[in-house]
Design a protein around this ligand. Structure first.
Ligand code: HEC
Length: 109
């Protein structure tokens, strides 16, 4: 007869077997997109064009064209660049990672 512990271990094992990375990635990308379009202050959409986000800002470069890699995005977010403000004080590292992952994915479509 199975003990309760064995049964619980079975559940934990099963949960682990579900491809949670895919789910986490989807959550991360959705978070990045929401930050990009709405929640970052000011929102990236105000200044940048990015097709995937239906963003048509014209102050900064068109992200679909410059196709920045992740480190370039993180650097711009942390330090600001030209007219673009730094987001160091308003976004957490996790939020910056989410935005960068989202933009990299969006421009590779
Ligand atoms: C107030 C307008 C404005 C906002 C808001 C803004 N940007 Fe920018 N961004 C710019 C401008 C202008 C540049 C070009 C700066 C330059 O090269 O002098 C730029 C450049 C960039 C670059 C290229 C950096 C490089 O190394 O050339 C990236 C990537 C970028 N922005 C991403 C973002 C993301 C992601 C957000 C939202 C978190 C954002 N921007 C919000 C105006 C803005």
């Amino acid at each position: 007869m199975k003990t309760l512990v064995q049964i619980l271990c079975g559940y934990v094992f099963l949960l682990g077997a579900i491809p949670s990375h895919a789910a986490e990635d989807a959550v991360q990308l959705q978070l990045g997109k929401t930050l990009f379009t709405k929640t970052a202050v000011p929102a990236c959409s105000l200044c940048h064009t990015l097709k995937d986000a239906s963003a048509e800002g014209a102050v900064g470069p068109v992200l679909d064209e410059i196709k920045p890699d992740k480190s370039r995005i993180i650097k711009a977010l942390q330090n600001g660049i030209g007219q673009m403000p730094s987001y160091k004080a308003s976004l957490s590292d996790t939020q910056m990672q989410a935005i960068a992952d989202y933009v990299v994915k969006a421009v590779s479509n």
